[in-house]
Design a protein around this ligand. Structure first.
Ligand SMILES: Cc1cc2nc3c(=O)[nH]c(=O)nc-3n(C[C@H](O)[C@H](O)[C@H](O)COP(=O)(O)OP(=O)(O)OC[C@H]3O[C@@H](n4cnc5c(N)ncnc54)[C@H](O)[C@@H]3O)c2cc1C
Length: 514
């Protein structure tokens, strides 16, 4: 397709899940005065209803929208999240924590792991995570905002309430919501095919015309996939889990400030504590567990009264060959999906929304923008895929064919290189646009059982006494910091108390922050 120079004014967002409303909120805040933005959603079809754990980058999105943290947390019953506890992932008996913060003190030439490896070889070092304030705070069930990013954190939140919160904000910025089912998608090519999308036809016969269409219709990808026929790259060889079953339960204990990821022979299980309830689910391979049995297995592995009935969700891990084609951009589940092991999907929506604002068409679609958008999106998801596959492939589990397959499979070359480099040298390098930094790779690689063969020679410049003092000081500082923190739940309650009686719409009201 060549660059087009049509006037550009009407944007139609198809779908009102987390993706649709995140996109609507950012676009309307930035360009709402210039554009006519409509969002179409169907209450009858509903949303995927999961997606409640986030990563710290969400702060960037909220800052762009001017969201007040306490208002957001009250509106979505959110809690703080300091990382993820991986239970039984290396083998049945061993857990590890992937925290959002950095561990110990790095030297410019070498990460902290090199000093820790030497300390461990000399019998001086405690467990690696004892040098990480987020991990120690998480297990002590404590949290507070600390100066200078002292604790790096994200949130657990109610996805349904988050969509309502963003909807109220978007409507405040002028987005028009259309309720109903999309029955047909019209194109302007010969015989109404093979061209740009021109309109959505609703089940009641009404028509919504647009210049740019954002496909947020979930796994079905009604616009980009079904209508424009953009294909899908299947990653199920590396990520064999293809199902999830989810349920909400009443809280039976105080909310803890981390996500639990519990490994099973058939896959894994999440527990996400909110202020008022817990989100639970299994992610599994349909070769190891049947859809008929999965709900019962989940019920046996949760605590507290069930608030809804378990629901099975089918998915195919992978990505669309292009996420922007013609005048249609797919965002959210419509653009691709890797399982929620590191809570990355909402982050990808945020990245797509920001990227689209940065490459927004100027009076027509520019093919160079489209190509750049597609390239960046592809690289981003492949990087995340590698990180997720790492959790699977380095394992010592012997309790199912799934774990044997992922241990023995051929890896993407990019991931194989990272593993080899770390195993041989203890080093991790990150290119500037990658989501996961050295600290994340080190925690997961060591947690899953890779011990580097060597450490950087700079660590040998420290004598035994000096190294002991260096490690001891970091540990003391971490312990003292955490000992001074309040309990997580009490802190959340205090933060949200002023907003307890406000509705979601009041908390999202645009005039408060416009
Ligand atoms: C099991 C599981 C767990 C997950 N956990 C996490 C997590 O912890 N963290 C994270 O970041 N992400 C997670 N995700 C991903 C996250 O749920 C999604 O990225 C997020 O909810 C966005 O979904 P969506 O808006 O793209 O799709 P959906 O929520 O499916 O929304 C689709 C929208 O399109 C509308 N629609 C569809 N067809 C039509 C039609 N014909 N007419 C009108 N409207 C239509 C629907 O009504 C709905 O409004 C998880 C995903 C799964 C499957």
């Amino acid at each position: 397709m060549n660059t087009t120079t049509k006037p550009f004014h009407r944007v139609v967002i198809a779908g009102g899940g987390t993706a649709g409303w995140m996109m609507a909120a950012l676009m309307s805040k930035l360009l709402g005065k210039q554009l006519d933005i409509k969002l179409v959603e169907s209450e009858e079809i509903g949303t995927v209803g999961v997606g409640e754990a986030t990563i710290p980058a969400l702060h960037t999105f909220h800052n762009l929208l001017g969201i007040n943290e306490a208002e957001f947390m009250a509106a979505t019953n959110a809690t703080f999240k300091l990382g993820i506890n991986f239970e039984g992932w290396k083998n049945i008996a061993q857990d590890y924590f992937h925290s959002f913060g950095s561990t110990g003190n790095d030297h410019w030439s070498a990460g902290f792991q090199h000093f820790w490896l030497k300390g461990r070889a000399e019998g001086l070092a405690k467990t690696y995570t004892d040098y990480n304030p987020e991990t120690v705070a998480a297990f002590a069930n404590r949290f507070a905002h600390l100066p200078r990013g002292g604790l790096n954190y994200a949130y657990h939140m109610d996805a349904g309430r988050y969509a309502k919160f963003l909807r109220a904000m978007s409507e405040g910025y002028g987005v028009k919501r259309v309720e109903g089912k999309i029955a047909a998608v019209l194109q302007d090519g010969p015989e109404g095919k093979d061209g740009d999308i021109t309109a959505l036809v609703m089940q009641d016969g009404s028509r919504i015309d647009g210049d740019l269409f954002i496909d947020c219709t979930g796994f079905r990808s009604l616009l980009l996939g079904e209508t424009l026929g953009v294909g899908y790259e299947d990653w199920s060889y590396w990520l064999p889990c293809d199902r999830a079953v989810a349920v909400q339960t009443a809280a039976v204990r105080e909310a803890w400030p981390y996500t639990r990821s519990i490994c099973h022979p058939f896959g894994w299980q999440w527990r996400i504590p909110l202020q008022h309830r817990v989100g639970n689910g299994l992610v599994y391979s349909s070769k190891e567990l049947s859809d008929a049995d999965a709900p019962d297995v989940l019920k046996r592995n949760v605590e507290g009264e069930l608030l809804i009935q378990p629901r099975v969700i089918k998915f195919l891990p992978g990505q669309r060959n292009k996420v922007w084609h013609r005048n249609c951009v797919a965002v959210g589940l419509a653009s691709g999906f890797v399982e929620p092991l590191e809570s990355t999907s909402i982050h990808l929506i945020q990245r797509a929304a920001i990227r689209l604002m940065q490459t927004f068409p100027q009076g027509g679609i520019n093919q160079a923008d489209v190509d750049e958008f597609n390239l960046q999106s592809k690289r981003e998801l492949e990087h995340i895929r590698d990180f997720i596959v790492l959790h699977y492939t380095v394992n010592e589990r012997t309790d199912s064919a799934l774990w044997k397959h992922v241990r023995e499979m051929d890896l993407p070359a990019t991931l194989q290189h990272r593993i080899d480099l770390f195993r041989e040298t203890g080093r991790v390098f990150r290119t500037s646009d990658e989501l996961f930094a050295e600290n994340s790779w080190v925690q997961v690689m060591m947690g899953q059982g890779i011990t580097p063969k060597r450490y950087h020679p700079v660590a040998d410049l420290m004598g035994k006494q000096e190294l002991s003092t260096f490690l001891g000081d970091i540990h003391l500082k971490v312990s003292r910091t955490v000992a001074g923190l309040p309990q997580h739940q009490a802190y959340v309650e205090q933060l949200c108390a002023p907003y307890r009686n406000a509705t979601v719409a009041q908390l999202a009201a645009v005039p408060l922050r416009a």
